[in-house]
Design a protein around this ligand. Structure first.
Ligand SMILES: [Zn+2]
Ligand SMILES: [Zn+2]
Length: 358
């Protein structure tokens, strides 16, 4: 029996009918969609309202329809032995995509759309529209010219970093750190949420960060503004410069750090004793990290005695070398400064003079 004849057994609206046959008389109420397809204009208007605050060039529409609707369509298809037609979900999202392209002059994109619109249709055909935008990635550097500001910020106690009203969706406990100051600014300019930082190395609260600054990456979630120029942030003795980038590298780049370490020793120092530290130049130090042995290269060292038991050591070493461990040697690091000098030494302070990405 031809499909046209079989389809007479079901009342279908124009749009549900045309997915199966080229001719036929539409009627209502539609067995499959029960009027959903008559509301495309209203659904498109709901979408326009939901996306109005978002800056975007490309979008994608997805939908979750009620199981009852799928079941009705499947029952009909099974009874009539119909296969391989466009599904109602595909039709709905394609049709709405075309309308939205017409209304906004933006393009549908499947790979990396700027915004993703998700429709959820319940069994009474109520439509909920949710919009989420693709995270924005930034590459930045910061310089810290005054002491006392910590690098990192604790998570918000109410949400644990997920973002909530009380932290203004930053996910942070406040804005009194390098991370907090930059995060606060980024949330404001992007109207996004919960910036996530990847730092190339770390420093102490008392450390300065000089030279070309410490590089970092940051990802801001669900931004509403995404057409941003390069941004400079100045506050509380830090200066951060940020650029929008397409993606954050999966593997952290190799980097070297020039660090000036202020060291105090238990006993009196002589030139002859301090000279021993030259052996660190061009050497490798090994250390234990999460029960694995790590190795870092020390490329160069420069020693300057300050008084009878203090000196500064300026080193260029692989990024991630733990400075206090290198000085103190309480935790396993070999060789370390206390061991080389044959006396207990402590790190009073260290400053980052420069960071170079290799
Ligand atoms: Zn229909
Ligand atoms: Zn919170």
């Amino acid at each position: 029996m031809p499909k046209e004849t079989l389809l007479k057994q079901y009342r279908l609206c124009k749009r549900c009918l045309e997915r199966y046959v080229s001719t036929g008389k539409p009627s209502r109420p539609c067995y499959i969609c029960q009027g959903l397809m008559d509301n495309l204009g209203a659904i498109a208007n709901n979408i326009l309202a939901a996306i109005k605050d978002f800056e975007f060039d490309t979008f994608l529409i997805g939908a979750t329809l009620s199981t009852q609707l799928y079941e009705r369509e499947d029952t009909m298809r099974a009874r009539l032995k119909i296969r391989g037609r466009e599904s109602i979900k595909h039709y709905l999202t394609r049709e709405l995509g075309m309308r939205l392209t017409r209304l906004t002059r933006k393009q549908v994109e499947y790979g990396k759309p700027d915004i993703t619109i998700t429709l959820t249709v319940d069994k009474e055909n109520n439509v909920n529209v949710a919009v989420i935008s693709r995270p924005l990635a930034f590459a930045g550097v910061y310089i810290k010219k005054s002491r006392g500001l910590p690098q990192k910020q604790d998570r918000c106690a109410s949400c644990g970093g997920k973002g909530c009203n009380s932290c203004n969706y930053s996910g942070l406990s406040g804005y009194d750190s390098v991370e907090g100051i930059i995060a606060n600014e980024l949330v404001q300019i992007t109207r996004g949420q919960t910036p996530k930082f990847t730092w190339l190395g770390s420093e102490d609260q008392s450390s300065l960060v000089l030279g070309s600054g410490r590089p970092f990456y940051v990802r801001v979630f669900n931004p509403k503004k995404r057409k941003l120029k390069n941004k400079t942030i100045k506050d509380s003795g830090i200066k951060a410069m940020l650029n929008v980038i397409n993606y954050i590298p999966v593997i952290q780049p190799h980097f070297t750090v020039q660090t000036k370490i202020h060291i105090r020793c238990k006993n009196a120092l002589t030139k002859r004793i301090l000279k021993k530290l030259n052996s660190l130049s061009g050497s490798k130090v090994s250390f234990e990290n999460k029960s694995k042995i790590g190795v870092k290269n020390i490329h160069s060292v420069r020693v300057r005695q300050l008084d009878s038991n203090q000196f500064t050591l300026t080193i260029v070493a692989d990024g991630g070398l733990m400075i206090k461990q290198l000085v103190g040697g309480e935790e396993f690091m070999k060789p370390n400064i206390s061991e080389i000098l044959g006396m207990k030494c402590e790190c009073l302070m260290f400053d980052i003079l420069d960071v170079q990405i290799q």
